[in-house]
Design a protein around this ligand. Structure first.
Ligand SMILES: C[S@@+](CC[C@H](N)C(=O)[O-])C[C@H]1O[C@@H](n2cnc3c(N)ncnc32)[C@H](O)[C@@H]1O
Length: 489
């Protein structure tokens, strides 16, 4: 089965004893009309027999009919999600659809396909499953819905089993899915400050450490080698699949989690982990992200203006470039790229997109070059691309939430080690670490220093640790890396 990479974080465990529903619907043409009509006739026949049997009290036969009906329904669903076309997530790209399903408080989990969606619901108000379905469809009129659906009632246990199965399937499918993306390239990322970051966390047997940026698993491998149990978070399915393959030999000591590290507490809390001995983060993009033109992070080779680390996310760089107003664009380029020509570039983008949308990385890079002549080694578009990437992935917001959430998760004596690659990130880490490691606060208007209510850690690295000559010679991408470490007291 391909194309239903729904991720665990989307699932909620239904409380025991509640009645749940599975709602499946599809676009015009996703189910052949003839097949549907044949199925409908059989469904009607089975339902009528079940009603007769309920009246005559023949329970065994009634159960048999019910099983047949379920099998019939499952067959349609199975076909819907066994895709033919490679555009596995086409439907999820329909703006708003995923959002309207996700923001519906009754939804326990969902799975999207090329031409179909399947949603598990618990009824929390007086709305029926049909009413929920109507609301999602009405909110997304651009989808040509077939008007057909299969709605069935299930116990919480059955739904949980389906969602668990879906999770397992999603993990296995990641690998197939990724193979099918056709890049074929092996995952190649050189781990930066590997020994330094891992040693700072003092891993040993039985310790629980979160690698919030699993990537290809370089840091995690060293942590696992030292005997620790590792929770590896990444929002990129390509990274998760690579790490899963590389680290398979560690079995149950490694748990791979799909999601944003900004939700670190929630992601681990849902899995029963309330406290950890260490949190590691190696912030930023991985080499495979930058080096795969289809992912649209770089202008060295042409690709779609995408830049999403998580391909399930809605907003792409093209959405910002073609959709944000001029002021917002200038603000992004200035705030996240520290681009002094932010206004001129934003103006040029807006002029250009009036003629036709800007779709590719090279197109944008060339456009920026017409505003900024090249000076020195840096391409004029470098800062703008960094800014867009940060905006698309909300990198600074994510980092701030990771620092706060990761710090809360730490046990006494637990350590947090963060590697950053540019000044905006390093500033955020430095400020947060200063906030929790400063014993007393002092202000000119105060008569004397006051205790800092946020105080609770000590600095392990007074100055950031930087890569040595040898590492820099071997890996130019490490040149701006800085590692900072604190310990909770
Ligand atoms: C520099 S790479 C990590 C490399 C890894 N330490 C290794 O040695 O292989 C950063 C990784 O963090 C992931 N990432 C970045 N921001 C994230 C976020 N907010 N939530 C989850 N993962 C994120 C990226 O997808 C990428 O795979």
């Amino acid at each position: 089965m391909r194309g239903e990479l729904t991720e665990r974080r989307e699932f909620i465990r239904p409380p025991q004893g509640v009645l749940c529903y599975r709602v499946v619907t599809w676009r015009v043409g996703a189910v052949e009309q003839e097949q549907w009509e044949r199925g409908e006739a059989e469904r009607r026949r089975l339902v009528e027999r079940m009603q007769d049997m309920a009246v005559s009290g023949r329970k065994g036969e009634r159960n048999e009919c019910e099983e047949n009906l379920n099998a019939l329904n499952l067959n349609v669903i199975q076909n819907l999600f066994d895709f033919r076309a490679p555009a596995a997530h086409a439907l999820t790209r329909v703006r708003g659809l995923r959002e309207s399903v996700r923001s519906d408080g009754a939804v326990l989990g969902y799975r999207f396909g090329e031409g179909a969606m399947c949603v598990w619901l618990e009824l929390v108000d007086e709305r029926s499953p049909e009413e929920h379905l109507c609301a999602w469809m009405a909110a997304n009129p651009e989808v040509e819905w077939s008007g057909q659906s299969i709605i069935s009632q299930h116990s919480a246990q059955e739904v949980q089993a389906e969602l668990d199965l879906l999770c397992k399937g999603a993990e296995q499918n990641e690998e197939t899915e990724i193979e099918n993306q056709g890049t074929g390239a092996p995952y190649s990322h050189v781990t930066v400050l590997a020994r330094e970051a891992v040693e700072a966390l003092q891993p040993s047997e039985g310790k629980v450490i979160v690698d919030a940026t699993l990537g290809g698993g370089g840091h995690s491998e060293l942590l696992l080698e030292a005997g620790a149990n590792v929770w590896g978070i990444d929002r990129d399915p390509v990274a998760r699949a690579a790490a899963r393959g590389r680290l398979a030999r560690y079995g149950e000591r490694l748990h791979i989690v799909a999601g944003n590290f900004g939700n670190i507490r929630q992601l681990l809390g849902e899995r029963g982990v309330q406290e950890v001995d260490g949190v590691l983060a190696d912030i930023g993009v991985s080499s495979p992200q930058v080096d795969t033109p289809e992912r649209g992070f770089s202008f060295r080779a042409d690709g779609p203006l995408d830049m999403r680390m998580d391909p399930m996310q809605e907003r792409t760089a093209a959405d910002i470039v073609n959709g944000a107003d001029e002021g917002e664009l200038a603000e992004i380029l200035w705030q996240y790229g520290e681009e002094r020509s932010a206004r001129a570039i934003a103006r040029r983008i807006v002029q250009q997109r009036k003629k036709s949308p800007i779709r590719s990385t090279m197109e944008l890079a060339k456009l920026i070059s017409t505003v900024l002549p090249r000076k020195g080694k840096l391409h004029p578009a470098t800062r703008s691309f960094q800014a867009l990437r940060i905006a698309v992935n909300d990198e600074l917001g994510e980092l701030q939430r990771l620092l706060e959430g990761g710090y809360e998760l730490l046990c006494r004596g637990g350590r947090m080690a963060v590697v950053t690659f540019h000044s905006l990130e390093d500033r955020a880490v430095k400020q947060f670490f200063a906030q929790v490691t400063t014993k007393e606060l002092d202000r000119p208007e105060w008569a004397e220093p006051r205790p800092n209510p946020a105080y609770g850690a000590k600095l392990i690295t007074r100055k950031p640790i930087r890569p040595g000559e040898q590492e820099l010679t071997a890996n130019a991408r490490a040149r701006s890396a800085k590692l900072r470490v604190i310990e909770k007291i």
